[in-house]
Design a protein around this ligand. Sequence first.
Ligand code: NAP
Length: 252
Amino acid sequence: MSAAENHAPVTLITGGTRGIGAATARRLAAAGHTLVLGYRGNTTAAQALAAELAEAGTEVLVVGADLSTDAGIDTLFTAALERFGHLDNVVNNAGATLHIGPLAETPSDIVREVININLTSAVLVARRAVREFLAAETPGVLVNVSSTAARNGSPNTYVHYAAAKAGVDALTQGLAAEVAPHGIRVVGVAPGTTMTDIHADAGEADRPKKAAARIPLGRAAEPDEIAAAIAWLVTPDASYTAGTTIRLSGGA
Ligand code: NAP
């Protein structure tokens, strides 16, 4: 049965093939969603997750596209719409930290790349998502994935990433007010340190272990603990939640 016939919600997750995005995909698959999962280059991880979800009966499309380009964003949304016709939810999750250290010691090309994927691309993905919701007159939900870095500034770690995520929080608040009159909800989650490969990819695999000491709950989050909040935000139970970012920080 196709997504249109069984009325399964169609949810697009950027960066949906690893980490928090993959945990969200598993939760939403279990809740009966049809999924479009974007990724950049790790085809092995994307195909493995797609096979796992399809085996369990989920209709899933994976699309490799670099969202730091306009063409990549268009490729992802066009593929999703060609396959499923419409989108009910978009989880704006793709991100990367790439490097850890004080700003003065961070190469300028890394600063640009981090701000591009975590802020510029997030704004452009949000723009495309609400354009599609508005065109289809769908009461869609957009969930932006921020970070607790937006508030604490991440000194000596990645202040440029923190600045980008603070921009995402402003995006959530402002865009929510723009589109709420159309029945569209824009919401956010701000995870604290979470057990994913983002840290190893930035050169510090043991970062979650090091961070545990300053987290009141005494540990980093599991990806599924972040996915649980995202999954709730796209349900009708969250129907009065808009323009806000839920902080998932273990008390930090
Ligand atoms: P992750 O495990 O490293 O996964 C990142 C995902 O994003 C992958 O699917 C990756 O694709 C995709 N991606 C990265 N750059 C992309 C690009 N230019 N174009 C398209 N896709 C791209 O990351 P995560 O830890 O789950 O993080 C998910 C979100 O949570 C990010 O926005 C991050 O900033 C935020 N966050 C994470 C933490 C944490 O401690 N983990 C804390 C706070 C906030 P490939 O697999 O192809 O590379």
